[in-house]
Design a protein. Structure first.
Length: 178
């Protein structure tokens, strides 16, 4: 038994206007995979995966990706990455004028401007980096140096936070909250 969604349910769940739903189905961008409907009196029926694809396509459109660009993205991913339903399978990111797909945790690939070309990817995980600093400070008992705004660092010795200030103070200091 397959769970399906009617166009009315799809528009309510995804926010995609009915006219857009019809246009994308006619163009073949996102066709209902359960039942495509055949003439008057029959209704298209979409799968959950179709809903995901519609939601992604709608978000890409809101981000400025044109319908023709969506078609290019779908065709490229289908043909070159062997994805049956690219918009519900790929992890896509809009980067200025391009859309890139995350092939894995470390590799990005252009799927619009220069389809197939790898992109330099470097993501800083700020929460993890701060956590590592806090752990190191706590483990090595390296506490922050506190200078008052009126003190001149070259004339007076810096005051070190006493070890009794504990880990909470270090976490606040490293996070920039005093």
């Amino acid at each position: 038994m397959k769970v399906g969604f009617t166009p009315r349910q799809v528009t309510r769940l995804t926010g995609v206007p009915y006219s857009t739903l019809n246009l994308w189905a006619r163009k073949g961008l996102i066709r209902p995979s359960i039942d495509q409907g055949s003439g008057s009196g029959s209704e298209r029926v979409y799968s959950f995966s179709d809903l995901v694809a519609l939601k992604v396509a709608f978000a890409l459109r809101k981000a400025g990706v044109t319908t023709s660009s969506l078609e290019k993205i779908v065709q490229f991913l289908h043909k070159n990455e062997h994805m049956e339903q690219p918009l519900s399978e790929a992890r896509l990111v809009v980067t200025g004028r391009d859309v890139v797909a995350a092939k894995n945790d470390r590799e990005l690939m252009s799927v619009l401007s220069k389809p197939g070309q790898s992109c330099l990817s470097f993501v800083v995980d700020l929460p993890r980096t701060l956590g590592e600093l806090i752990e190191i400070a706590d483990h090595t008992n390296s506490f922050a140096v506190v200078l008052s705004e009126r003190e001149d660092a070259s004339n007076r010795p810096a005051k070190r936070l006493a070890s009794s200030t504990g880990s909470k103070q270090n976490k606040r200091m490293l996070a920039g909250r005093r």
